[in-house]
Structures are given as structure tokens and as C-alpha cells.
Design a protein around this ligand. Sequence first.
Ligand code: ASP
Length: 497
Amino acid sequence: MHERPHGQKNPKMETGEVELDVGKLTVLNKSRVPPFVVEDDVKASEELRLRYRYLDLRRAPMQKTIMFRHQVIAAMREYLNKNDFIEIETPILTRSMPEGARDYLVPSRLYPQKFYALAQSPQMYKQLLMVAGFERYYQIARCMRDEDPRHDRQPEHTQIDIEMSFVDEDDVFALAEGMFAHILKKTLNKELKTPFPRITHKDAKEKYGTDKPDLRFGMEITDFRELFKDKDFAPFKKEQVRGLMIKGGSSLTRKKIDSMSEKAKDAGLGSIFWAKREDTFSGSIGKIMDETIAAAAGMEKGDLLIISAGDASVFAFLGNLRNEIAHELKLHGQGYRFLWVYDFPVFETDEKTGRLTASHHVFTQPKAEDIKYLKTEPLRVRGRLYDLVCNGNELASGSIRNHERSLQEQLFSIVGIDKNKYTMLLDALEYGAPPHGGIAPGIDRIIMILAGLMSLRGVIAFPKTTTAQGLLEGIPDTVTPEQLKELHLKFEEEKNK
Ligand code: ASP
């Protein structure tokens, strides 16, 4: 190897300063011409890149992300190990359980007509580990859920699964805050301010129209009913009159405002009401604006006020609008804004079936003061249930669990789950199960956000497509009749074929 002569160095290349002197050349293996050019700014379609993922992974940005993923996971392990957690693996082949998403099923060869299921999460096992006396557990766990294809959802995703005994919410929050602060320091050399702010689920829905508020900008949803009550403006006599004060929003065009109105109509609401403030007030409610209202609303020259009136659906509508406007006006800025959302309801109504289901999972402990509503008004029962949110994304969910059999059985019966499917947990709770709780941050999403990427597929070495296919492996695929026979399976001819 020798230094390149002056004038022939290429600072753009990592090896641009030197030249190799070839003494002997042995070709260890030949290469076909790759199906696409392996370059940073790749032009090939995602399909082609997924089909030849091992070539795609050679690209510098992919190498960087996969290395970053390794560093984040290493930092997680380092932090948890230092805090006396131990890593324990739990089964992938488990029993099909009726709570949660749809299971991936695995037919048994040895036991005809019987099935295993791929674990949707280690939830059951981590609770059993608490009963077993391992007070601080974690695991980098793969979770497999056969859900309908949806943008950026993977059939298998990875969690850092954590559980602790004798804890309450404050302990879990402090642990997770410490872990994220450590990750950011270690991998990005960034300081994270802890503790993170906390907001109840109810307040989050009211102020931000979502349970995943993006705190990188303000623009909270505000109640304007009182402020306009003397104006005798019929549309503002509705149950909810809520709006957004958009600083500098008068730059939004009429066309943009009209498209917001269209979206309001799609959401089952009437057109939005709006006012801009320049030298005077203009807009659909420009005429009813005055100095007193503007002062109370904090509206200055250059600002835009948008109000939606109707039923409780104004919150979700304005929540979406808030994000859209922030995007449009580039209000996000840099940095990571973490917060806890807590006190979620334990139950919700399933849109398809109209039946009660657990809003997170059925192992969450109801808040002591709400247990009295379990029988009469279950939808009113709040749980010891929390989400960690960052920049408008849910990064983790967790809860304090039921450690008493009777309460756990009651919850199963409310959501119509056969308790016999959970004998292993219910029995275990009868052997002095300690109070316990935990959390499970989603690793793929964390990497995506910290690396500033837009797709989960970009942070997983071998991802599936959004339609749950593995293009590299060519899966799902058929199997041989012999394999089916071994598994005691026979397909019914599909009708009309
Ligand atoms: N097992 C839960 C999940 O997969 C997380 C938890 O409650 O700790 O979402």
C-alpha cells in the first residue's frame, strides 16, 4: 500500500488517500452483476431490495442503522444489568390464548388436531417469573401477531420486555426514564431531561385529541364555548365548541382552510369556523371576533383561529388537524419529547362486535377507587395502565397487574374470556404472587424514531412487507402433501374454484 501522489487523492472516498500494491491476487469467489446498484442513494424499488436484502444491507445507510440498533440494544442491556435485572428467555411455542391479537398457529405432529401458538408477547411468562421470585426480569422478546396488514405493521416485532415485583407506577416510570436517558446518552450523546411529564388519558384526549400527543409544539385544543357565549351565534350553542389558536397561521391559504372543512365533514362534523387576524379580522367568524375575545384567546396579528363545533368527535378531528398544521408550518423542531399517558380506561367497546374488550390487556389492575364500577359501569373503570409516548408515537405500554386470583377472574368474565384458558396464571396467583408490574418498549419503533427514519422495515435486518410476505424467503409458501399428512392436516377444496 502506498500514499497516492499529490493531486490524485480523493477525499470523498474512505480509501481515497492510498493505493494498493497488488502482490498476489486470489479470487475467493466470483460475483454476479447485482440486480441493482448498491449505493447510498439507492434507486431500486423496495421489492427488489427486499428480495435481495443481503445486497441491500451492504449499503452504508443500512449498515449504519443496523449498527445503531445493536448499540441501542447493548445500551438497554447495560442499563438493566446494572440495575439488577436478569435476562430470561421464555417460550416461543405457547398456548393459543383468546386475549390480544390473532395467534399464529402451529399444528402439532405428535398430537393430532392439537396446536401450539407463537407467543404474542411473554406477558404470561413474565408474570409467572414474578411468582417464581425473579424480582427483576427483562428479555429482548420477539412478538408474533397475525394482524390484518396495515401501514408499517410487522407480523413479528421486537420488544424489550420488562417486569418487576413490589413496584408501583412511579418505580416503573423511573426505571424506563433512566433507561431511555442512558440510551440517548450512550448512542447519541444527548441529555434527556427526566422525569418525563405525565398526563392522564382523559386530559390527553381533551387537550390533544389523541392518546399519543406530540409535545414538540403547543397549540392545545381549547374550549371556546364560554368566550363566545354572548355572541348569540347559533352554531356555537353545540355541546362542544373547541378550537386551535395557530400562531403565525394566517399564512395558511384559503384552499388549505377549505380542505380542513372537507375533513371536518368527513368526520361527521359541520364546516370549521375560522378567523384570521391581520389589520382587521377576516374569515367565516371574522365578523363576530373582537378585541376582548382575541386578547382572551391570545390571538395576535398573523394568527389563525380554527373552531369546530359539534359532539365529542371534535377532539379527534382537532387532534389530527393539530398534527397536520404542525407539519405544514414546520413546528416540530429538533429533539425528543417524551411523556407518560396514564389512567387509561381498562375496557373499551369493540367496534366490530360491540362487545367489551380490554383496552390494553386483561391483566391490568383496575384503579382501587374504580373497582366499585366494575359490575355497573365497566367503561368508567380506569386502569393502572400507562403508555410512554415520544414525538407523537407510542413507544411502550405497560401496567400494574392483578396479583389476586379473584380480581383477575372477574376481569376475564367481564370481557367474556374463558378463564380455563388461563389456568396456569390463575393457579400461580394463588401461591403468594407478589404485587408486580412492567412495561414493554417496542424496539423497532424506538430505533426508527431515534434514527429519524420513516419506516419500520428500514430498521429490521430481514423484514416482511406490509402484506406480511417475506420476499427474500418467498413466504408464505405451500408445503408438500407429506408434510401436511404428518401434521394431520387436509385442505378442503375452496368452493367455486
Ligand atoms: N405485554 C404487553 C404488550 O405486549 C406489554 C406490557 O404490558 O408489559 O403490549
